[in-house]
Each structure stands twice: as C-alpha cells, then as structure tokens.
Design a protein around this ligand. Structure first.
Ligand code: RB5
Length: 142
C-alpha cells in the first residue's frame, strides 16, 4: 500500500517513528512534510495530502496533529476523502471495515507510541467489508 503521511508542528516529533512502523508493515510511505518543527497550519498539510490520495484511489493517508481533530475536520472537506480520527486499534479496524476510511488521523498529544503502533497495525491489516456497509458509506456524501 502506498501511504502518504503529513503532520503539523505538534506531531512532527513522531513522524519518523510512524514512518518506520508503516514501512515495517510493508507499506511504501511518502512523506509530505513538514520537514522541520517550525509552526505550521494543519489545514495546509491536510489539503496537500488529500489531493494526493484523491489522485490515486489505491493509496491511503495518515494525518497527525496535536489532537487529530483539526486534521480530520480539514480532510473531511474533500469529496472522496473519508478521514477517521482513531484512538485505538478497535476504532482503526472499524474505520477500515465499516467506514472504508481512506485517511487515518490521530493525535500525538492524545496517544502514545505503543498505541500508535497498534492503531497503524490494525489499520493496515483491516479491509472494507462492503455489503450493508457500502450502502451506508454511499450515503455519507450529500
Ligand atoms: C496545534 O497547537 C494544535 O492546535 C493542532 O496540532 C491540532 O491539535 C489541531 O486540531
């Protein structure tokens, strides 16, 4: 899986750790920045990442900020993006299986590295179940 990743300054410190986790799970990781810890605006990075994910429907994205809230709010403004703010392995699994989420968001100030590893593992090992869930997912966009 090609996975784009982007953060803001609040989550810059864990970006390399998350990239390593994703690569060890067998993914190709494309880093969209930022590349230093200077203060940035999370919507700029959310929109940059979503534009890339929308160009390739087989790719996914991971957006991390302090809480994950700003990133998920911004990402969900894009038609075709289903961004899920996840806090644990279960929500990550459900986001893929039931919601066909294509962008994973979480908060660096909310979850520790151990939980981040279980979130990423669960996300990568789970797939959309389709069926009744597809009917519901198709009703999300207005
Ligand atoms: C930055 O201070 C913080 O507001 C941002 O990382 C994020 O948590 C916003 O939702």
């Amino acid at each position: 899986m090609k996975i784009y990743i982007a953060t803001d300054h609040a989550a810059f410190c864990i970006k390399e750790d998350v990239k390593k986790i994703l690569e060890e799970l067998g993914n190709e990781v494309v880093d969209l920045g930022p590349f230093n810890d200077e203060r940035v605006d999370y919507p700029d990075f959310a929109h940059k990442l979503c534009n890339e994910v929308l160009k390739d429907s087989t790719s996914q994205g991971i957006l991390i900020c302090g809480t994950g809230i700003g990133m998920s709010l911004s990402a969900n403004k894009h038609i075709g993006i289903r961004a899920a703010l996840c806090h644990d392995a279960y929500t990550a699994q459900m986001a893929r299986e039931h919601n066909d989420a294509n962008v994973l968001c979480f908060g660096q100030r909310v979850v520790g590295l151990g939980t981040i590893e279980s979130i990423c593992t669960s996300w990568c090992k789970s797939s959309f179940l389709g069926g009744r869930h597809a009917i519901r997912v198709n009703k999300i966009e207005l």
